[in-house]
Design a protein around this ligand. Structure first.
Ligand SMILES: Nc1ncnc2c1ncn2[C@@H]1O[C@H](COP(=O)(O)OP(=O)(O)O)[C@@H](O)[C@H]1O
Ligand SMILES: O=P(O)(O)OC[C@H](O)CO
Length: 492
């Protein structure tokens, strides 16, 4: 018996999962991460806590497996979150600035006004938005005393969370980043897959800060910190790209959508980078065996977070699961619509300033109608993404099947509505930990334990498929109502 260890460092928690020789998850350990909100719109993590908890869950899970050896390590992580540390001490010089953080929106607006957005989008595939790492790096260098000089002198290191974990796991020997994480920094030329010096210069990021870029299945270094033997790190990808791999979306046209706090839909566009005309992102899906595959990505900031809002702010539920019974008991003649723009709207609107709205309330609208509206908002937003993808990539098969994963897919009601409103078949896999599965497979394949991509795709099993049931007329009417509600929200 041999195991593969997958580390999944997410926004709210860190998980370590051991997969056996049949690529089945057999042991796991998890720790919650402290969220810091120093100001409205700011979100930080303590990078040292991230490292401590990651090492802890890895050691915990290794202990659960007893004497069974680990053949290789895969790492997947929350993307864009930015850490800068001192190369001598190994200590972060500031809290990590999390992907959700909006503090650099004024910097982005200035760069936009100066006319740089087209050039940056053309080269990076991304948009000028605080979401990405580039402007976060600039902010830390500006705010921390002496940081810019130290950065120029090569004394500091920047990394996304994969880089930070690998630096620590290898005892400071490797300063690297995988290509998928690099493609989220706003500093990568996505075609040449190299750092873009002109953009780095524009954003005030000295090249001496930057890690070496590696393929997802590269040699990322070795660690002797987990268990008694030396373990190799051989598979790395940002979490949404890892889920794309874990869902075996290896062919152009395959689409996966992950429903956690937010929702991230990635469409494999093959060896071609598609430049979106509809404010979707162009990103590296993965690079395996030296072959780069691209994706179009739609990122929505509020999916499961709408359910958290019902629980924490509105207090209409005690637990997320209760939304199912409430939605089932809601009055179908009250078409309440919730536009959950709590922190603005992501793709395809990218409006950071609009805020949430509820439409169609009556005196009888209550918790049941609100719960249904929250669950439906996830389906409507996904439909927005698929419509935008269809305009960018006119392949007929697009949008016929949606491979889903993430915590919110536990809700059958939500998955059925998703199928109804998108008109797509929704496939929920048997292994829901697709993010960890993706990098476990890459690491295990490199270690010679797991099959190639075709064999892996064949082994993928579906737990349940949801077929669209709504009439075409009903689907169209409801989607039109949603579109009107979004317009109203944007105009308010
Ligand atoms: N049965 C359910 N019905 C509706 N939403 C759910 C259900 N179970 C979990 N969720 C939502 O899914 C999210 C958690 O998913 P997860 O994949 O763990 O998120 P993340 O990785 O972003 O922390 C939460 O926002 C939660 O409200
Ligand atoms: O950690 P998650 O699952 O919320 O994912 C975060 C994304 O990678 C942000 O782009």
């Amino acid at each position: 018996m041999t195991h593969i260890l997958a580390i999944d460092q997410g926004t709210t928690s860190t998980r370590a999962i051991l997969f056996d020789e049949s690529i089945e998850p057999v042991h796991s350990a998890q720790a919650e991460l402290t969220q810091h909100f120093p100001r409205s719109g700011w979100v930080e993590h303590d990078a040292s806590e991230i490292w401590d908890l990651t090492l802890k869950v890895c050691r915990d899970v290794a202990q659960k497996a007893g004497d069974t050896p680990i053949a290789s390590i895969g790492i997947t992580n929350q993307r864009e979150t930015t850490v800068i540390w001192d190369r001598d001490t190994g200590k972060p010089i500031h809290n990590a600035i999390v992907w959700q953080d909006r503090r650099t929106s004024a910097t982005c607006a200035k760069l936009r006004e100066a006319g740089h957005e087209d050039m940056i989008s053309e080269r990076t595939g991304l948009l000028l938005d605080p979401y990405f790492s580039g402007t976060k790096i600039g902010w830390i260098l500006e705010q921390v005393d002496g940081a810019r000089e130290k950065a120029r002198a090569g004394k500091l290191a920047f990394g996304t969370i994969d880089s930070w974990l690998i630096w620590n796991l290898t005892g400071g020997k490797r300063h690297v980043i995988d290509i998928t994480n690099a493609s989220r920094t706003l500093l990568l030329n996505i075609r040449t897959c190299e750092w873009d010096e002109e953009i780095c210069d524009l954003l005030g990021v000295p090249m001496a800060l930057l890690p070496e870029i590696l393929d997802c299945d590269a040699d990322f270094g070795e660690t002797d910190l987990i268990g008694d033997s030396v373990l190799s790190i051989q598979g790395v990808a940002g979490d949404q790209q890892a889920a794309t791999i874990g869902q075996a979306c290896f062919e152009p046209g395959m689409l996966k959508s992950t429903y956690g706090t937010g929702c991230f839909a990635l469409l494999n566009t093959g060896a071609d980078l598609v430049r979106s005309e509809n404010r979707l992102l162009g990103t590296v899906a993965y690079r395996l065996n030296g072959q780069t595959r691209y994706a179009l990505e739609g990122s929505i900031f509020v999916a499961g977070a709408a359910v958290q809002w019902l629980r924490d702010a509105m207090k209409v539920i005690g637990h997320a699961e209760e939304t199912q019974a409430l939605a089932e008991s809601s009055d179908p003649n009250q078409p309440v619509i919730l536009v959950p723009a709590f922190t603005g709207l992501g793709a395809p609107y990218w409006n950071a300033d609009c805020r949430g709205a509820i439409f169609g309330l009556t005196r009888n609208s209550g918790p049941a109608e609100l719960a249904r509206a929250a669950l439906e908002s996830v389906g409507y937003q996904t439909r927005d993404l698929i419509e935008a993808m269809r305009q960018d990539w006119s392949e007929e098969s697009l949008g016929q099947t949606l491979r889903v994963d993430g915590g919110m897919t536990a809700s059958d009601w939500t998955m059925q509505f998703l199928a109804d409103i998108t008109g797509a078949r929704v496939d929920r896999p048997r292994i829901l930990e697709t993010t960890a599965l993706g990098v476990a497979w890459v690491a295990g394949m490199r270690a010679g334990l797991y099959p190639d991509a075709a064999g892996f795709a064949e082994s993928r099993a579906v737990d349940r498929s949801f077929e669209p049931g709504m009439t075409t007329a009903d689907r169209a009417a409801r989607y039109q109502a949603w579109s009107r509600a979004v317009r109203g929200t944007l105009e308010y």
